[in-house]
Design a protein around this ligand. Structure first.
Ligand code: PFF
Length: 449
């Protein structure tokens, strides 16, 4: 078997993992989910989910990945010998491909908007709703950008771990932070910005419904790249000297910071310009260009913004692809290039179908949802939380306690004070809360009202 790669530095490992976590989930999905679910109450539940489920499940995936240094299937075989747990890797691989398919459609929108921003198309219009509608329903433009994005994704993937993934994350992540802060300052300086801040930070707890709870949990899983073995796969490239707990907390903190900053960048501006926060997936595509159009320096800001989104999203799609690439190359023995190509071709076919959900296939619905919505709903609200239950039960109940302690303390070299609370969260809090939120969403607790 080919020798396995490793991230070269601890910073590189964190940058790549944060690169996976920080993406459209933070900058596109978090603001619109917050917008449609009423603001601060949603954010409150979201933060709670990150704390009691997010961090423990990240650590669980890290333990399995770093312990085995294998792809998800090999890792599950090694961690639970004699049991058939490795079948769960099929769920992870299918879920990862479903996500790439709809995710790359939105990445395609970003490329179109970047192109429009550069060529002056954005500045030259005032009806942004029409611009967005015309673009997504065009039979070929959405598909073309989706395919182009996946091709760019392929070019990075085939360069491999160090020259492709790590190098890119090291440059992109710090740049992303700087740009976000610039945008936040800009947004906060708009007249009436305070309304947006109130919308985000002053919760009305009566607004918490099953929908809000499920949405917040799904968002936490999606944003932290949890439950589909993406973090497991990345941590299989960590060095044995990295501290798993520190890495997990850094990733959760940075990811949450970016989501909150994205909210601060968007909501004050939305309120200041008298727009509505409930626009849904098109929020940033309709609201922000309109806002840029009214701002001094809007031309440059628009280009920078869509470039920032492109950076955030490509580091995430790379990490989703890595799940199946590691599997294809280690279990099916394909070389890296062929494995990347296989992943790309499948994603291009499904991505094309998702792109067409906004145009010629908009009437093709399953359970009342277009393919795009179905892939998003199934992966974020069902498969990822299911993966969360799986990994917390695996590490909390199945894997020997000594192995977990050994891995978290780097074979006794580090002091780990959080072992007990962490195991408690993995054994009880995370699985039960996830099941509870599911049941709540299915209406099982209606009788309590
Ligand atoms: N966390 C990414 C985001 O917030 O955009 C999305 C994601 C990446 C989800 C990788 C799942 C995954 F495995």
């Amino acid at each position: 078997m080919a020798t396995r790669g490793q991230f070269t530095t601890r910073i590189g490992a964190i940058a790549a993992t944060v690169g996976s976590a920080v993406g459209l989930g933070n900058i596109w999905r978090f603001p619109y989910e917050t917008g449609v679910h009423g603001g601060a109450a949603f954010i409150f539940i979201y933060l709670l989910c990150v704390l009691v489920m997010g961090i423990p499940v990240i650590v669980a995936e890290f333990v399995v990945g770093r312990r085995t240094h294998k792809n998800v299937c090999g890792a599950l075989r090694e961690m639970a010998p004699g049991r058939k747990f490795h079948w769960f890797s099929a769920v992870c691989i299918v879920a990862s491909i479903l996500i790439i398919s709809f995710y790359s459609v939105v990445c395609g929108w970003i490329l179109e908007y970047l192109f429009q921003a550069i060529s002056g198309g954005l500045a030259g219009t005032s009806d942004y709703s029409k611009l967005f509608g015309d673009f997504v329903s065009s039979p070929y433009r959405g598909v073309m950008w989706t395919v182009l994005f996946l091709f760019a994704n392929y070019l990075v993937l085939k360069r491999g771990l160090k020259r492709g993934i790590e190098r890119m994350a090291n440059v992109m992540m710090p740049l992303l932070f700087v740009l976000l802060v610039v945008f936040c300052v800009n947004s906060l300086m708009q007249p009436g910005a305070i309304e947006g801040i109130k919308f985000m930070f002053s919760p009305d707890f009566s607004a918490i419904t099953p929908h809000v709870a499920i949405g917040a949990m799904g968002q936490a899983f999606f944003s932290l790249s949890l439950g589909l073995s993406c973090l497991l796969t990345y941590s299989s490239y960590f060095k044995d000297s990295d501290s798993l707990v520190k890495n997990a907390v850094s990733v959760a903190l940075l990811d949450t910071m970016v989501a909150v900053l994205a909210g601060v960048m968007i909501f004050p501006a939305v309120f200041s310009y008298g727009m509505t926060p409930e626009a849904g997936p098109k929020l940033i595509f309709e609201v922000l260009p309109a806002i840029f159009g009214q701002m001094p320096g809007g031309y440059v800001l628009a280009i920078l913004f869509f470039f920032l989104l492109f950076m955030a999203s490509i580091t995430s799609t790379i990490s989703m692809s890595e799940i199946s690439i590691a599997y294809f190359s280690e279990e099916l023995k394909l070389n890296r290039n062929k494995a990347s190509l296989l992943n790309t071709v499948i994603a291009m076919v499904l991505g094309t179908l998702c792109a067409l959900s906004f145009g010629v296939m908009s009437d093709f619905k399953i359970f009342g949802m277009t393919l795009f919505d179905l892939f998003d709903y199934m992966s974020s609200n069902i498969l990822l939380p299911l993966g969360g239950i799986f990994f917390s039960v695996l590490v909390g109940w199945v894997v020997d306690k000594k192995i977990v302690a050994d891995e978290l303390s780097n074979h006794g070299k580090l002091k780990v004070g959080v072992l007990k609370p962490l195991r408690f969260c993995l054994r009880y809090v995370a699985p039960f809360t996830i099941v509870l939120v599911f049941l709540y969403g299915l209406g099982v607790f209606e009788f309590l009202k």
